[in-house]
Design a protein around this ligand. Structure first.
Ligand code: FAD
Length: 342
């Protein structure tokens, strides 16, 4: 597919806390903004790795659950209605010098091409991909019975579901789907769940059929999934379950992979930036966990500051008449709609 879309002022690659806050900031600076993320959901590490953990060190929140912080960041990021593409892993960034100006062409694994004048790379520790299970039938039914993400609860209405895993996602989805599914079985290879204590307590008192010390052996069916075989990893005894869908919540790999090939200077495993959060390629900035500079601290709060710096310098780069320093948001004449509501 050739370059499809419109030219954006700024494209933010990675929708973790740094990327989301950057999208808000870019909107506040009047930039035409796009967000791209490999995951089907906004929020980065907050929603992928520790949604149910408390975060205590973000200014203004004495304590907040990671998933609630992500929800607030998404709300704020949507204030100026950026364009959002999810489930697209950026594989390549190339410079174009044609059509009278500099622009970057961003390619993704979906075959799409995105055009942008500047890029802020907020890719954290890399693109998250779900850990897959290599068991008979699982690959054949992927996308038509085997799922690694739940994007639409309604798809599971009236279904018999098998959930595999012992972390926050497995426990949360077991509880969350109870109101739509006909029956939920949760299998976990150990007897202890690595999830928020309150959620585990709720799970134990719920109608979820919990099978600890069990693992998925295979899935079977014809046009659609019909059965799953699970086994007890102590006795090897097998149980056949009638199921319509299997949700595998086995964790994630993060891979900076292709980003290393874009000609960006690397430093200590991250992308080297200067005080403007600029990389060695003019027009590409980096912020958050992926950015490396002397004294770097990989924290949510430092990512916020870094991305604000990156966006303000990106604004000044494409519009040299604009100041780098944005002034105070409280003095802005155009009050964003989200804040008008509150
Ligand atoms: C268990 C745990 C607890 C933590 N607790 C705290 C805490 O209490 N306080 C604190 O300040 N920090 C904490 N952190 C660290 C904090 O989560 C990170 O510093 C923060 O998430 C970094 O944000 P980010 O926006 O830079 O990147 P991330 O949150 O990593 O987001 C990066 C996003 O970029 C996407 N991406 C990457 N590559 C590509 C690509 N090629 N194409 C498309 N998308 C891509 C990824 O899918 C991801 O969504 C914790 C981390 C962990 C693991």
């Amino acid at each position: 597919m050739g370059p499809s879309g419109e030219l954006f002022d700024i494209t933010i690659i990675g929708s973790g806390p740094a990327g989301l806050y950057g999208a808000f900031y870019a909107g506040m600076r009047g930039m035409k903004t796009k967000i791209l993320d490999a995951l089907p959901e906004l929020g980065g590490q907050l929603v992928t790795l520790y949604p149910e953990k408390w975060v205590f060190d973000v200014g203004g929140f004495p304590r907040i659950l990671a998933k609630d912080l992500a929800r607030n960041l998404v709300d704020q990021a949507m204030t100026f209605s950026p364009t959002v593409y999810l489930g697209e892993n950026v594989t390549l960034v190339k410079m174009r010098e044609d059509d009278g100006g500099r622009a970057f062409e961003i390619s993704t694994d979906k075959g799409a091409t995105h055009l942008t004048r500047t890029i802020v790379l907020t890719a954290g520790i890399g693109a998250f991909k779900p850990k897959k299970l290599d068991a008979p039938g699982v690959g054949d039914f992927e996308g038509r019975g085997v799922h690694y993400f739940v994007t639409e609860k309604e798809k599971f209405r009236g279904k018999d579901i098998l959930i595999v895993g012992g972390g926050d996602s497995a426990v949360d989805w077991s509880l969350n789907l109870l109101d739509v599914a006909r029956k939920i079985t949760l299998v976990h290879r150990r007897d202890r769940f690595r999830a928020h204590e309150e959620s585990v307590k709720e799970l134990m008192n719920s109608p979820v059929n919990i099978m600890t010390f069990h693992e998925l052996k295979s899935v079977h069916g014809n046009e659609r999934m019909e059965r799953a075989v699970v086994f007890d990893n102590r006795s090897r005894a097998e149980t056949v379950l009638d199921v319509d869908d299997v949700i595998l919540n086995l964790g994630f790999h993060a891979d900076l992979g292709p980003i290393r090939e874009w000609g960006l200077e690397l430093d200590k495993g991250g992308i080297k930036v200067n005080y403007r959060m600029e990389t060695n390629v003019k027009g590409i900035f980096a912020a958050g966990d992926v950015a490396s500079h002397p004294g770097k601290l990989k924290l949510i709060s430092t990512g916020f500051g870094e991305v604000a710096t990156a966006v303000n310098f990106a604004k000044n780069l494409i519009d040299p008449a604009s100041k780098v320093y944005p002034g105070h948001s409280s003095d802005m004449r155009e009050v964003p709609s989200a804040r008008k509501r509150s």
